[in-house]
Design a protein around this ligand. Structure first.
Ligand code: NAD
Ligand code: TYD
Length: 337
């Protein structure tokens, strides 16, 4: 299979590329990535010398870049996205450009090239806040942030291309993912790197909001299975079924690094903060997938990786990172988002 992997220099996309080239010796991969603040070519160092791998810097919203690459491949796996909810609250325009318009450009390219598969990497956040039970694939999409609305918009275009043009497209909806090579803005890598620098761990609101965390390898094995064995036209949830609160993330990081509880800092809540995500992944499990790494083991592995790879994350926490940080995090009671 010749894969065009967009967003392959990011956190999950780079894991998927490394895994594909390791586990599918007959496959080749072209990565198309714009290298935004979250993209990092170093994530692809382990495969750089592989003759089956090629990197192209470019924007998925640019048809003149996408079309020729699509014509060299059999499938597109679309990881490219603006992916951080807090940034989508401040500046949603680029989310709509990449996550919605960019998906449209890729779908058109796949249609013209007559691709045998299109895999859209989506998120459990499209279901919105889940008060009870677990989201299933047929549930309505009720996104509540500009990020999740953009991802839902991308998904709806995928559905339209299936129905209108018979494009053999699959959607995966993964839950909150953590592990090595994650840019230190999402809660887990932020809290680990802050703790390593003896900085406070900013917990939104009362810290009770829950996420269904999954280790990055488990997420990528799920995407790989959906791509190869999934039924075109279907959606697949990918979640490990582990409900963990913000406070538990902070406590786990501090315990693993032997840092004081005093580093926990409660800050103003995120506007429109979804209280809970939880996935029912039995549809993908029926294809033979199951998560292999529980939260305890995954956190040990992840913390150890950040301890050993300071040279990877330390340069990322500079300049624009701190400018955004200062704008985003406000003391409790300030009334500001
Ligand atoms: P990330 O922010 O680490 O990486 C995104 C990558 O996309 C970066 O390399 C970036 O340079 C690239 N990119 C952004 N805009 C682009 C554009 N216009 N053209 C080409 N490349 C562009 O994100 P991630 O956490 O690895 O997430 C990857 C995908 O998985 C996203 O689609 C995201 O919505 C989805 N997802 C993420 C999570 C999670 O917890 N991180 C959970 C479920 C689904
Ligand atoms: P995040 O990692 O941003 O992922 P998402 O919003 O896409 O689920 O946030 C995960 C949870 O952690 C969410 O409930 C918000 C909370 N959180 C904090 O408490 N502090 C932080 O600094 C961040 C980034 C998130």
């Amino acid at each position: 299979m010749r894969l065009l992997v967009t967003g392959g220099a990011g956190f999950i996309g780079s894991e998927f590329v490394r895994m594909t080239l390791r586990d599918h010796l007959e496959d080749s991969v072209i990565v198309l990535d714009k290298l935004t603040y979250a993209g990092n070519e170093r994530n692809l160092d382990p495969v750089r010398v592989d003759p089956r791998f090629r990197f192209v810097k470019g924007d998925i919203a640019d048809q003149s870049v996408v079309d020729p690459l699509a014509s060299e491949c059999d499938v597109i796996v679309n990881f490219a996205a603006e992916s951080h909810v807090d940034r989508s609250l401040e500046a949603p325009g680029q989310f709509i450009m990449t996550d919605v318009y960019g998906t449209y450009v890729l779908l058109e390219a796949a249609r013209s090239a007559g691709h045998e598969r299109f895999l859209q990497v989506s998120t459990d956040e499209v279901y919105g806040d889940v008060a009870d039970g677990r989201s299933r694939e047929g549930d309505p999409l009720r996104p509540r942030s500009p990020y999740s609305a953009s991802k839902a918009g991308g998904e709806l275009l995928v559905q339209a291309y299936r129905a209108s043009h018979g494009l053999p497209a699959i959607v995966t909806r993964g839950s909150n993912t953590y592990g090595w090579y994650q840019y230190p803005e999402k809660i887990i890598p932020l809290f680990i790197t802050n703790a390593l620098e003896d900085r406070p761990l900013p917990i939104y609101g009362d810290g009770s909001a829950v996420r269904d965390y999954i280790f990055v390898e488990d997420h990528c094995r799920g995407i790989d299975l959906a791509l190869r064995e999934g039924v075109p036209g279907e959606e697949y949830n990918i979640g490990a079924g582990q409900e963990i609160s913000g406070t538990t993330v902070a406590e786990t990081v501090l315990r693993l690094l032997d840092k004081p509880a005093a580093l926990q800092q409660f800050v103003s809540d995120r506007p429109g903060h979804d209280r809970r995500y939880a996935l029912d992944s039995s549809k993908l499990r029926a294809l033979g997938w199951e998560p292999r790494v529980d939260f305890g083991k995954g956190m040990e592995t992840t913390v150890a990786w950040y301890v050993e790879h300071r040279e990877w994350w330390s340069p990322l926490k500079s300049g624009e990172f701190w400018e955004f940080y200062r704008r985003n995090y406000k003391p409790v009671g300030s009334g500001a988002p």
